[in-house]
Write a new protein. Structure first.
Length: 230
């Protein structure tokens, strides 16, 4: 992601000042740890200083405080994944007016004036997931949707796409939406409870921690794993 923003100014500025970029993620879970590793590895390749911050859990106010802090420090760039776009607009516009390069990832926020977005259309992903689920189930069955957040705009949009896609299939019912707060143990516990509560459940759609479910299924550590379609 940083190669797009800082190409041509690798390492130091014309004033021989070390370039510092900041990454702002959403939570300190497995997914964001991988993002942090990639962010820092890219910075090392380009010989620039990197700082990566994630609040312990989804927290837009914590993200905003950190952006204000880093902007006051005069960093050269901020790459951020906004949990909510609207509160970020004045902060990012102010940072941009100070000459701080800003781009988004995970969830786009064109209203902030950020230079560009690196990522995907999360609503479209939800649509495609819903269509894929309907195809697997042949248009009939009960399912549970799992999410890591009911607050993050990327999660909300993905959920909306999923629901909108399945609305065309009246014989598919989403019996529960489980919020695991991006906690692996909670995700598995909620899923197990859902399968016990709904013995006729056909599938679970774990939007945030799908790789954890794949791993557990491969290890045959889920008592209901034979029902799980991934």
């Amino acid at each position: 992601m940083t190669s797009v923003l800082f190409a041509g100014s690798v390492g130091f500025t014309k004033e021989n000042k070390e370039i510092t970029i900041v990454g702002i993620g959403k939570a300190t879970d497995q997914y964001w740890r991988v993002v942090e590793t990639g962010f820092n590895d890219a910075a090392k390749i380009m010989n620039i200083k990197s700082i990566f911050y994630c609040p312990p859990s989804e927290d837009i106010e914590a993200q905003m405080r950190q952006i204000e802090t880093f902007a006051a420090m005069g960093v050269d760039g901020i790459v951020f994944a906004p949990s909510s776009v609207k509160p970020m607009i004045p902060l990012i516009k102010r940072a941009m007016s100070q000459g701080i390069n800003c781009i988004t990832f995970d969830c786009s926020a064109p209203e902030t004036g950020a230079y560009l977005h690196i990522g995907w259309d999360v609503y479209k992903i939800g649509l495609e997931m819903g269509e894929g689920m309907a195809k697997i189930l042949k248009g009939k069955g009960k399912i549970v949707e799992g999410t890591g957040s009911m607050v993050a705009e990327s999660s909300v949009l993905k959920h909306k796409g999923f629901v909108d896609a399945l609305a065309k299939y009246p014989e598919i019912e989403i019996v529960e939406v489980l919020n695991d707060d991006a906690d692996q143990a909670k995700a598995v516990s909620l899923a197990e409870a859902a399968f016990r509560a709904h013995p006729d459940l056909r599938d679970i759609y774990p939007t945030m921690l799908i790789m954890r479910f794949v791993q557990l299924k491969q290890q045959k550590r889920l008592e209901w794993q034979e029902k799980l379609i991934l």
